[in-house]
Ligand binder design. Structure first.
Ligand code: ATP
Length: 236
């Protein structure tokens, strides 16, 4: 059973083909990594899956059915930076989002615990570390108990402690049954948490499979660069 299937997805901005044939198949319960250099199209894929961008061609299936917006209640996402108010505390953020989305207030405690922010729930955002702000963004995404969670570069800008913390959170969410699709341009990050990966180069899927398959006879990094070189990777 697939949580998400993306087939021959195209997104053009004028003459620029941001997505030029993307195929992905994310199995229910797995942590799936979307890898690729800057400009490869990772964020555009996530935005298209969320209905924030309309594709020019291709299809998206969520939980085995063709995409329609009503399925998005089961999808949580943190794309780019979380929109937070510096003067409000973490708990107030979650209360506001719960109210707006009709989520029972009792679910707030679970979202806080899932991202390990229970202790600092009364701290204002301006006094939270960058890692804690990211985790609050994830807590907001988790409020409605999504089956599929999309995370765009969840370790961007974090120090090693923040990165380790994020990794632990991703692993425990997956252990609890949430399917996770995360994008990164940092191979080492993906290698530590993902079951399978796709490598996008210039808007095309150039590899999909396990990390062992990506490594081939060498190491994962060599396999990754081989695919980038074969796909004509360049900064776009
Ligand atoms: N709204 C837009 N208008 C025009 N071009 C865009 C727009 N959004 C993205 N692009 C272009 O589409 C391509 C893919 O961008 P995207 O942000 O999806 O890449 P990415 O893989 O997420 O990169 P990064 O790792 O830098 O975040 C890039 O060349 C980008 O400049």
């Amino acid at each position: 059973m697939y949580a998400l299937e993306v087939t021959r997805l195209h997104k053009h901005y004028g003459k620029h083909r941001a997505l030029d044939g993307v195929d992905l198949s994310v199995r229910s319960g797995e942590v799936y990594g979307l890898l690729g250099p800057n400009g490869a199209g990772k964020s555009t894929v996530l935005k298209t899956v969320l209905g924030l961008q309309r594709p020019n061609e291709g299809s998206i299936k969520l939980f085995g059915r063709p995409f329609d917006r009503t399925q998005l209640v089961a999808v949580g996402a943190l794309i780019e930076t979380p929109g937070l108010w510096p003067q409000l505390d973490a708990l107030t953020h979650l209360r506001i989002h719960a109210k707006l989305r009709g989520v029972p207030a009792e679910w707030i405690a679970d979202a806080l615990a899932a991202v390990r922010l229970t202790e600092v729930r009364n701290r204002r955002v301006r006094a939270l570390s960058l890692g804690m702000r990211w985790r609050l963004g994830i807590a907001i995404a988790l409020l409605a108990r999504p089956k599929l969670l999309l995370l765009d570069e969840p370790t961007n800008g974090l120090d090693p402690v923040g990165i380790r913390e994020m990794r632990g959170i991703i692993r425990s969410l997956a252990a609890d049954g949430t399917t996770i699709l995360l994008s990164s341009h940092q191979l080492a990050e993906i290698a530590q948490v993902c079951d399978r990966v796709a490598v996008l180069v210039a808007g095309k899927t150039r590899y999909e499979g396990t990390l062992q398959g990506l490594a081939g006879d060498g190491d994962i990094e060599e396999g990754f660069f081989r695919i980038l070189d074969a796909g004509g990777a360049r900064i776009r």
